[in-house]
Design a binder for this molecule. Structure first.
Ligand SMILES: [Zn+2]
Length: 366
């Protein structure tokens, strides 16, 4: 399988429009035409990960953190990052990463963390992006109506709640006059034609719009397809950072034990009041200090994240919010098996996929 196909699969799950403004992530290094033999998944791409990829003959590396974040000013062997990229290119390895888009995606970092920590009905802690919705209207000769209905639905148009292929159809008369140079499916040059047609209307999410239109034009019998696209004011799906939801009421100290076990970490740093029972839990994988206020405003009893600094903790204390710092690494590494499962489900066993097991946070607690 070519790299391009795997990149497309990953882009479908973690679409470009979920990449935050300050972020730089996606397909970063390599040739999309390269045939992938094996994939290595890691949180970061450092020299050890590259060596592991070479050792197991993996020619694609997928990470959560981008290897190219700040702009490169040179690509020589004089510094760590540039030298690493130089060697990756020389080895013809493809590098893909999904960062903020994987944080926000359905089933991404935060959904996974919420699931692991037993949070029921997780909601967004900080909505960032609302998907745009479009109304697509197309005029089809009745002979091709069923085909077009099928194609539209199969490509993702007409999703309303748990229903797919939703459309509305009105029959009418379409008119046209082919001119010289036209190659009409039906009709004669310079004669006004009347055709029994159906006006099909359906709703399309922004992420599907391009592929729905392409497939519709391909399946439509006319040389020039008549269709309209309207941007809707209806609310689309929301995406964002962090999650908040409920657990069975439990004494905080008991829940801390569960966090340690589920995230496979020996240490947690706890800020604020520990002597309480909790029910509403907010979380954000990685570095979530900027959402302390959101956790407070959403009435969380505890906020679990990583990278809490001294003054963040003071702010949480002022708000009366208990914060648990479970570490950037431990709150994000939970996504690695999920990436593996997603690829295995979609690639269907044709490429071997391995998770880099030797990774650790860049520090130890002594
Ligand atoms: Zn991170």
């Amino acid at each position: 399988m070519k790299a391009a196909k795997i990149i497309k699969l990953l882009d479908n799950w973690t679409p470009r429009y979920l990449v935050d403004k300050w972020d730089n992530t996606g397909f970063q290094i390599g040739d999309p035409e390269v045939k992938i033999r094996k994939i290595l998944i890691a949180l970061d791409l450092d020299r050890r990960v590259l060596e592991k990829a070479l050792e197991i003959d993996a020619n694609m590396i997928i990470t959560h953190h981008p290897i190219i974040f700040t702009p490169l000013k040179s690509l020589n062997k004089l510094s760590y990052k540039e030298s690493l990229i130089y060697d990756i290119i020389k080895e013809d390895i493809v590098v893909y990463n999904a960062h903020t888009n994987l944080d926000m995606a359905n089933g991404g970092v935060n959904d996974t963390l919420a699931k692991i920590l037993g949070i029921k009905n997780p909601r967004l802690l900080k909505p960032i992006y609302e998907e745009n919705l479009y109304k697509l209207v197309v005029f089809v000769p009745n002979s091709h109506r069923d085909l077009i209905l099928q194609v539209l639905g199969d490509e993702g148009a007409g999703y309303i709640g748990n229903y797919s292929h939703c459309t509305y159809n009105v029959e009418g008369i379409g008119t046209f006059m082919p001119h010289l140079g036209a190659n009409p499916y039906l009709g004669t040059v310079n004669q006004l034609e009347k055709v029994e047609e159906t006006r099909i209307e359906t709703i399309v999410e922004e992420k599907d719009l391009k592929k729905v239109i392409n497939a519709m034009i391909k399946a439509h019998p006319y040389e020039e397809v008549a269709y309209d696209i309207y941007k809707l004011a209806n609310r689309g799906k929301e995406f964002g950072y962090g999650r908040i939801g409920e657990i069975e009421e439990i004494y905080l100290d008991e829940y801390l034990k569960i966090i340690k076990e589920k995230l496979d970490t020996e240490y947690l740093t706890v800020y604020g009041n520990r002597d309480k029972t909790i029910k509403t839990v907010a979380l954000c994988g990685g570095s979530g200090a900027s959402f302390i206020k959101d956790a407070f405003l959403n009435k969380a009893d505890v906020y679990i994240t990583g990278d809490i600094k001294y003054h963040d903790a003071q702010y949480g204390d002022e708000l009366g919010l208990t914060i648990v710092d479970a570490g950037h690494f431990h709150t994000e590494k939970v996504i690695l098996p999920v990436i593996k499962e997603y690829l295995e489900r979609n690639i269907k066993g044709t490429i071997e996929i391995e998770i880099y097991q030797e990774s650790s946070p860049p520090y130890i607690v002594v």
